[in-house]
Design a protein around this ligand. Sequence first.
Ligand code: C5P
Length: 402
Amino acid sequence: MAHLFNRNVLLGVSGGIAAYKSAELVRQLQGRGASVRVIMTLGAREFITPLTLQALSGHPVHTQLLDTDAEQGMGHIELARWADLLLVAPATADLIARLSAGRADDLLTTAALATTAPLMLAPAMNQQMWQDPATIANITQLSARGAHIVGPAVGQQACGDVGPGRMEEPPVIADAAASLFESGLLAGKRVIITAGPTREALDPVRYISNHSSGKMGYALAQAAVDAGAITTLVSGPVNLAPPKHVQCLPVQSATEMLEKCLALLPECDIFIACAAVADYRPATIEQQKIKKGPEQVILQLARNPDIVAAVAASENSPFTVGFAAETNDVLSYARDKMQGKGLDMIVANDVSDLSIGFNSDHNEATVLWRDGEQVLARSGKSAIARQIVELIGAINKVGKCV
Ligand code: C5P
């Protein structure tokens, strides 16, 4: 079924009697996974109160173009940028005319001009108004500019007329909105991804770490979001911005990463361990900066917990995917690692090839699971991430390893 996970729907409500159905539409959109924010025109507020739509959407309703308070929060440009879809329901004859003319005389029409998101309209008006040549011309013009029109339905109208002009029912509109987006393989699945290096403190100013850039983990997060997953990144320190719709929880050390992951586990369907976790940490963290002294010092290190193994061994463990960076006998070491750590799948890399891996934008890998494997030919980390997510979607469906 089409869905709206990871989609931001900006719902514009204009002033027609069908505005009462917008409340149900908010619910229908949310039920398909969307985040919804609402703009109401002045006319809409004569039919339904902003409070109703605020309570249902969970966000303040936007009503004014020139409102300093609102602009301090999410102004019209931010709203326009936030939207993945601008859905106007009901769209009255007047609003359709103003959109067609490209006017910007209130918040809704201004947002429509300012957004690059697709526009969908659910017209609602008296049947004669719908069939008027002016409305027909406006709708034709908007359609030609790429607007998607849902309905109107034919039937009994509030004014007593019978004919075309009733707003489509909310489930039909929400389905039409969802059909604009690709249906994801991981729709609604809760995915946790570890990424980046860990930093193991020696004293207040020094640490042990590695060169992991986090690029592969962040690319996986983007691919998971695109596949419709509710995605959380547990990330060591990196210089990357988390993808839109990803909850990013920054951590420093392996111990902190383990704690965060275990706390999140009850809400996790798929766990992907992409982080380059330090195997060891200083056995003690000095409270004061260590002073320069002898020619040689011996550092005592303690083994870090194995995060992915702990996740795989947990009760009701999620589908668990690890990475194996090897320099020789890559596939046999990777398969041993998958079995040793109790994983459902492992992505094996040959890190003796310096043109792929750690800081590179490229990668090539072989994905192994209980009874299969697939080679992913060299390409950008985004393309590799998409293929890994596709395999996770396919294998996870077949079933976890036991
Ligand atoms: O044992 P090795 O470090 O080669 O295993 C790599 C895999 O295990 C990766 O998926 C990595 O994220 C994960 N790992 C972990 N916790 C550790 C060490 C590795 O989750 N302490």
